[in-house]
Design a binder for this molecule. Structure first.
Ligand code: UDP
Length: 310
C-alpha cells in the first residue's frame, strides 16, 4: 500500500485530498495544527485503518515512522483574512514547514508536491497568467507574508530537486471553492453566500470590477492527482479559466440563493489583484487536464453545504 503524508489535511483542500487518496487505496497520514483546519472535515475518516491524524505543527520538526511514498504540503493559512491574522505562522509554514517536508522526503526517498498559488503572480500585469510570468508582488504589503512564503517555497522545492535530485512537483492553485470552505474565512464566496442566506447586505470590495476565475474543488483534486503521478517538475497552473467580475459574481449568488440582499460597496483592500485568470495550456498538455464542473453546477452543491452550516 502506498503511503502519503498530507500536511494541512484537515483544511478545505487537504480534506478533499485525503478523501481522494483514501478512495485510491492509499494509507493517508494527515498533519495539521488546526489553526485554520477543522477536525469536522476529516471526522468521517478517523476510524479507518488506512488513515492517521497527527495534531502537530509542521513548522517544527516532523517525524513519520515507516516508509513514505509521497508528501503533499498543503499546510498554510490561505485566505487574506487568515494570513493577516497569522502573518508569522504563514511565513513559517511556507519556509520552515516546507524545509521540514523536503528533509523528510529526502530521508524517505518520497516525492513531494507543494501547494503554491496564483498569489505568486501578485497583481498581475500579464493576463491570463501563464507559468512563465514571474509576477508583480509587493513583498512588504499585507499579502506579502503569503505571496513571498509561497515564492520561497517554490524556490526551496526547486533547489531540493536540482541539488539533491529529489522528486518534486509544483502546483499553482487559482481560486477554488466547494463544500468545507470556512464560512468565516473572509473569502468572497463564503462571505457572499453567508450574507445572502442571512438576508444581509452583500459586501463587494471596491467597485467590483476586479475579476477572479473560480474552480470547483473536485476539478482541482483531479489536477493534483494527475500532477503528482506525472513526471513534470516545472510549475503547473490548475484553475478554471471561466473569469467573472466580483460584482457579477455577487449578483449570481443573490440570484442562486433567491435572497433579497442588496449589494453594498466597501473599500478595496490594499494590493487586491485587479484581474486573475489561469492560462491552463500547460495543464492541458502535460496532464491532459481541463476543469469539468461549470460554476452553476459547483455553486449549487456548495450552497447546499453552506445552508447546513449557516
Ligand atoms: N471580496 C469582496 N467582498 C468580500 C470578500 C472578498 O468583494 O466580502 C473580493 C476581494 O476583494 C477580491 C475578490 O473578492 O477582489 C476575491 O477575494 P477572495 O478573498 O475570495 O480571494 P483572493 O483575493 O485571494 O483571490
Amino acid at each position: 500500500m502506498k503511503r502519503i503524508l498530507i500536511t494541512g489535511g484537515a483544511g478545505f483542500l487537504g480534506s478533499h485530498l485525503s478523501d481522494r487518496f483514501i478512495k485510491e487505496g492509499y494509507h493517508v497520514i494527515v498533519m495539521d495544527n488546526l489553526i485554520t483546519g477543522n477536525l469536522k472535515n476529516i471526522e468521517h475518516l478517523m476510524k479507518l485503518e488506512q488513515f492517521e491524524f497527527h495534531h502537530c505543527d509542521v513548522s517544527k520538526f516532523i517525524h513519520v515512522p515507516g516508509k513514505l511514498d509521497y508528501i503533499l504540503h498543503f499546510a498554510s493559512p490561505a485566505s487574506p483574512i487568515d494570513y493577516l491574522k497569522t502573518p508569522i505562522q504563514t511565513l513559517k509554514v511556507g519556509s520552515l514547514g516546507i524545509h521540514n517536508c523536503l528533509g523528510l522526503a529526502r530521508a524517505k526517498k518520497a516525492r513531494v508536491l507543494i501547494a503554491s498559488t496564483s498569489e505568486i503572480y501578485g497583481d498581475p500585469l500579464v493576463h491570463p497568467q501563464h507559468e512563465n510570468y514571474w509576477g508583480n508582488v509587493n513583498p512588504v504589503g499585507p499579502r506579502g507574508v503569503y505571496d513571498e512564503a509561497k515564492r520561497f517555497q517554490e524556490a526551496m522545492t526547486m533547489a531540493y530537486h536540482t541539488y539533491h535530485g529529489l522528486e518534486t512537483r509544483i502546483l499553482r492553485i487559482f481560486n477554488t471553492y466547494g463544500p468545507r470552505m470556512r464560512l468565516d474565512d473572509g473569502r468572497a464566496l463564503p462571505a457572499f453566500i453567508g450574507q445572502a442566506l442571512r438576508g444581509q447586505d452583500i459586501t463587494v470590495f471596491g467597485d467590483g470590477s476586479q475579476t477572479r476565475s473560480f474552480c470547483y474543488v473536485d476539478d482541482l483534486v483531479e489536477g493534483i492527482y494527475r500532477l503528482l503521478l506525472s513526471d513534470y517538475i516545472h510549475p503547473v497552473n490548475i484553475g478554471n479559466p471561466d473569469e467573472i467580475t466580483i460584482k457579477e459574481f455577487a449578483e449570481e449568488i443573490v440570484k442562486l440563493t433567491g435572497s433579497k440582499s442588496k449589494i453594498t460597496y466597501l473599500d478595496l483592500p490594499k494590493d487586491d489583484p485587479k484581474q486573475r485568470r489561469p492560462d491552463i495550456t500547460r495543464a492541458k498538455k502535460v496532464l491532459d487536464w481541463t476543469p469539468k464542473v461549470k460554476r452553476a453546477e459547483g455553486l449549487k452543491v456548495t450552497l447546499e453545504y453552506f445552508k447546513k452550516v449557516v
